[in-house]
Design a protein around this ligand. Structure first.
Ligand SMILES: Nc1ncnc2c1ncn2[C@@H]1O[C@H](COP(=O)(O)OP(=O)(O)O)[C@@H](O)[C@H]1O
Ligand SMILES: [Mg+2]
Length: 281
């Protein structure tokens, strides 16, 4: 955990060293009070850096890409999301530790999880064992319970956003998909999340809620168990179409007039977690 920001004049907050020809955020040596050490990976929103606090603790800092930073709607939405996700605390989630949404180059600092993602693990090692899938299901249900109890929604749960240290899965990137979706850079220009993980209501232009995360949880487990892409591969439109078709089949199957049976069939996360725990015993 970070104990607090370094005073602005501290040497660790020295600023940038411009280098011609290098992308702007790669010129950064520090963001806020944190010293950037190396790039962990690059996503659509920008780079994620390993960074160090003035106390020597390692954290992960996401530096937002200039195109998004230039969009006031993105910043406003990110500000709202950060306020909510900063409350999310639990062993299965990488906590947001600090952020400056109003900086020239906005950034978010989270706990660093020194391990590859589930996506990397699966592509290297193949599908998980039955016990491994059960364990993953329990851990992700625990993560979602904490996220939803804090009033947040992940909205982009997929294997690249799940890091898998030996102590159990940790979810990263809670909530930032909503800010990205608020930007015209993603709206109409393509979905931020991955096809096959986005729930039907998200595809139909809704913001998505806790149930959308449960849909994504199912897709992650399906991928982990079978090594197949949920809802198949190929053209993105075809994958999305399969998701919507499956949703229509489920909607037809649930008796529309029977509210009580619909309620009875709706699994709660706590219930799913309890059942999964029992199954592993
Ligand atoms: N808190 C973290 N600790 C360690 N690595 C992280 C953390 N957050 C993100 N990463 C890594 O940074 C990389 C880029 O992440 P991101 O920009 O979200 O793209 P994506 O999720 O599509 O891989 C990923 O490889 C991810 O494993
Ligand atoms: Mg990510």
């Amino acid at each position: 955990m970070v104990d607090g920001p370094v005073p602005r004049g501290h040497p660790a907050a020295a600023g940038t060293v411009p280098e011609p020809g290098v992308e702007p955020d790669m010129q950064l040596r520090t963001v806020g009070p944190y010293t950037l050490l190396r790039v962990l990976g690059i996503g659509r929103l920008g780079r994620v850096h390993l960074a160090r606090t003035h106390k020597g603790e390692r954290i992960a800092v996401r530096v937002i890409r200039g195109e998004f930073a230039a969009d006031p709607r993105f910043r406003a939405c990110l500000r709202e999301e950060v306020d909510v996700v900063a409350r999310v605390r639990g062993p299965r989630v990488a906590a947001v530790l600090d952020a400056d949404v109003d900086a020239d180059v906005p950034w978010l600092a989270t706990e660093y999880v020194p391990t590859p993602s589930l996506a990397a693990l699966l592509s290297r090692c193949g599908p998980l064992s039955v016990a491994g899938v059960r364990r993953l299901g329990v851990e992700l249900a625990e993560a979602l319970t904490v996220i939803h109890d804090a009033g947040a929604v992940h909205r982009d749960l997929r294997s690249a956003n799940i890091l898998v240290p030996a102590a159990g899965a940790r979810v990263v990137d809670v909530g930032i998909a909503r800010a990205a979706a608020a930007s015209p850079l993603t709206r109409g220009g393509g979905l931020l999340g991955a096809a096959g993980y986005l729930a039907p209501e998200q595809l139909l232009n809704g913001p998505g809620g806790p149930a959308s995360d449960v849909f994504a949880l199912g897709s992650v487990l399906l991928h982990a168990a079978t090594w197949r892409a949920p809802f198949g591969t190929g053209d993105v439109t075809a994958v999305l179409h399969r998701v919507l078709r499956a949703a229509r089949i489920c909607a037809d199957w649930t008796p529309a007039s029977s509210r009580s049976s619909r309620r009875a069939c709706t699994p709660t996360l706590r219930g799913a977690r309890r059942r999964a725990r029992c199954a592993t015993r």
